[in-house]
Design a protein around this ligand. Structure first.
Ligand SMILES: Nc1ncnc2c1ncn2[C@@H]1O[C@H](COP(=O)(O)OP(=O)(O)OP(=O)(O)O)[C@@H](O)[C@H]1O
Ligand SMILES: [Mg+2]
Length: 363
């Protein structure tokens, strides 16, 4: 076993009757890595996590952790701590008793348990809270307790199933950063399930993007965002413009009366005449230092502007690209500088180097 393959999933499938929830999933997770399972509701994230935990049995496939085949081991014989979305604390037990739960089961001496519990509460920012009961704590505090409980036995693997989704936005961001720094500090290999792409992009070393029971892409947040492996990933992670285009060969594409050449790496190489979708992020346009002779220079009328704080999203009808408007992002300062406003004209150039090409499915 190498550290590069601390957790190995091989050919994991799961059928519920005739329904396939997971279809031959292969994945290797490095020791100490923070991995997010990201995907829409029902794509199989929780099912995969529960199979790793032994709370659900896979229909086919095997799991190795630290070189040990754990495929058929009961949960108690596996080496992980787990934390769920919410309400997972025992309401009739104090915070200390909740955190100590896994330790008591291991029959450790009482004083040793008490010391460990206090150490864990300190670790999650709740020193001295042991005597409280869950109902006396906020949602965020309860999740800290749940985190302390999951870490109590110093497991090799930390499994988190949407641990933050029941919390309000500010607490959620705060706690996700704490979980991330705690994870770094402890070096515990972690899998967090989330359907929140921003959460995954901000905390993960690598993101596993799932859809309909299969893995669409595994990559760093930057890879998943900049180099989506499929149209699904491009759509699911971040905002993106999809432009209907026709291939002209040699990586050239025609959109309306514009001709764009993609970087070969971003292009599967479509035969001339093929209908494709070009994907371009709203920020992948040039406005500063725009040249008059830039062949990708465009003019467009701003149909509407959505205010998001530091950035705004303008929906623009681009001259020469009929029947498909584009979302373009401008910083608030650029809005002023280039006088971007509803009903007005904007000038920009498309960043062809950022285009991604996916063939349009033939109906
Ligand atoms: N015990 C079960 N019996 C039948 N179908 C199930 C069972 N558990 C899960 N499924 C189905 O398997 C699919 C995947 O479910 P899963 O809970 O893994 O999704 P998820 O990605 O975690 O979604 P969410 O983001 O909503 O939590 C869903 O279509 C679900 O209905
Ligand atoms: Mg789930």
């Amino acid at each position: 076993m190498t550290d590069a393959k601390y957790l190995q999933l091989q050919g994991i499938s799961k059928h519920f009757g005739a329904f396939t929830a997971l279809d031959k999933v292969d994945l290797a997770i490095r020791r100490g890595e923070f991995v997010c399972f990201l995907g829409p509701s029902g794509c199989g994230k929780t099912t995969l996590l529960r199979i790793i935990a032994g709370l659900e049995s896979q229909s086919t496939g095997s799991i190795l952790q630290g070189g040990r085949d754990i495929s058929v081991l009961p949960p108690a014989d596996r080496d992980y701590g787990i934390m769920f979305q919410s309400y997972a604390l025992f309401p009739n037990l104090s915070v200390s008793e909740n955190v100590a739960y896994g330790l008591v089961n291991r029959k450790q001496p009482r004083a040793q348990i008490a010391a460990r519990v206090e150490e864990l509460l300190r670790l999650v920012g709740l020193p001295g809270s042991g005597a409280k009961f869950p109902a006396q704590m906020s949602g965020g505090q309860q999740q800290r307790v749940a985190l302390a409980r999951a870490l109590a036995t110093s497991p090799g693997l930390l499994l988190l199933d949407e641990p933050l989704s029941a919390l309000d936005a500010i607490v959620r961001v705060h706690l996700r950063n704490e979980i991330r720094s705690l994870q770094r500090q402890l070096g515990v290999t972690t899998i967090m399930v989330t359907h929140d792409q921003e959460e995954a992009l901000s905390v993960a070393d690598r993101i596993v993007v799932m859809n309909h029971g299969v893995i669409e892409q595994v990559g760093t947040p930057m890879q998943v965002y900049r180099e989506p492996a499929s149209a699904f990933v491009a759509n699911f992670v971040g905002k993106v413009n999809r432009l209907r285009a026709v291939a002209e060969g040699d990586h050239w594409y025609r959109v309306g009366d514009k001709r764009l050449r993609c970087l070969p790496d971003a292009d599967p190489g479509c035969n001339a005449g093929r209908e494709v979708s070009l994907y371009l992020r709203p920020e992948d346009r040039v406005v500063d230092g725009l040249r008059e002779d830039d062949p990708l220079r465009c003019a467009g009328r701003v149909r509407s502007v959505e205010f998001h704080g530091a950035n705004c999203m303008a929906e623009v009808d681009v001259d020469g690209i009929p029947d498909q408007s584009m979302q373009l992002q401008f910083s608030l300062n650029q809005m002023d500088e280039f006088n971007v406003h509803e009903g007005g004209m904007v000038h920009f150039a498309l960043r062809a180097d950022r285009l991604r090409v996916f063939p349009t499915a033939v109906a």
